[in-house]
Design a protein around this ligand. Sequence first.
Ligand SMILES: *Cc1c(COP(=O)(O)O)cnc(C)c1O
Length: 439
Amino acid sequence: MEQVVALLSGYFWPTLMNTFENSLSFAQALDGADPLRSFRDEFHFPQHDGGPVVYLTGNSLGLQPRAAAAALKQELDDWARFGVEGHFQAQHPWVSYHEELAGNTARLVGAKEEEVVVMNQLTSNLHFLLVSFFRPDGKRKKILCEQRPFPSDTYAFASQIAFHGGDPETDLVEVKARAGEHVLRTEDILAKIEELGDELALVCFGGVNFYTGQVFDMAAITNAAHAVGAIAGFDLAHAAGNVRLKLHDWDADFACWCSYKYLNSGPGSVAGAFIHERHLNKGLPLFAGWWGHDKKERFKMEPTFKPMPTAEAWQVSNAPVFSMAVHRVALEQFDRAGMERLREKSEQLTGYLAFLIDAVAKETNTNLEVITPSDPAERGCQLSVFAHGKGRDLFDALTKRGVIADWREPNVIRMAPVPMYNSFEDVYRFGVILKELLA
Ligand SMILES: *Cc1c(COP(=O)(O)O)cnc(C)c1O
């Protein structure tokens, strides 16, 4: 313990691997040395029995930044004060609201500012991007995705295939895990891409699979897709704000994400999209609306669509300012914390959770099978646990004790301590409750 605490001065995270201890003093020592610890105070925590819950569901709905209310009130006040003039007179003028989000968004996903735009909702953005990037042509008409993608993505892929006159039964292909395995092997993903070859129109994976928590090798998938002449796109719902992203350098063609999971921007809040610069200003087919029209001429209301030379061309409608106000505050927190520092803490936090689950399983003689990869490079915050035989009961008991985790059929408990506002003590408290319930 002394030795560990001695390491805590200065920059210490990487040295701590494999030296975790199952004790409150150890968890508190880590919290004391956490350079990001003050961010916790910037969030509202739901309460249970007079104290904060153990909130492990940032992968589903992130907590509310305390600054959100004032940001929202500012827009309400500006609306009250200026009416329509708020488009230009508001403190954050509504006509250009989305532009204020581009810098932070670009840094978050590893893109250039002109490659990103905040707009719409996630599945809507996926559809709008598929309009441009899923262009089945002759035998090149298949979409390849990971096993068990989020159902909304499956619906989007299948309906797009049907829309183009194809058959989702044959044209939507999932890479499957090997018998007895839960996660995909990169070699199998790449082999499948090669096998489908010139039948493949699009490879579209989640950056992080929602069910297993596996992070996919987006650079390798992109390269393999391009090598067979296919497009590579990513749904980053569980990746944005969770793992390091370098969309531009990886050469991904497009991506989209939501803001209410790891990005803490509130239920149903506005989403994001990325289009690689090599596709900008190239006359790609898109579903157009006035907010994608050249902004210098937008209010001339000319009948011919003249798209902006940036990702903004994909905007159809004017900006949902209320949800953008919250998103602006949340993105600003990410920018201050820095994805690099968040990720460094996250590896330790989730590592500590894995350590405690393992310790409790041994002490209580229970089979808790973590199906998420154990290599920190292949996972983000989330661990998905198969609690053989006692999944649902255990989950309900955890909830009663003030642990907010997340249940997925058929038998998986998902837990995601997030580095922005979760503490090592949160994770420790979870371990204590888990042990009590299993003992
Ligand atoms: C959460 C999630 C969605 C939800 O879609 P919305 O359009 O935001 O309702 C879709 N796809 C993935 C991969 C998700 O994780």
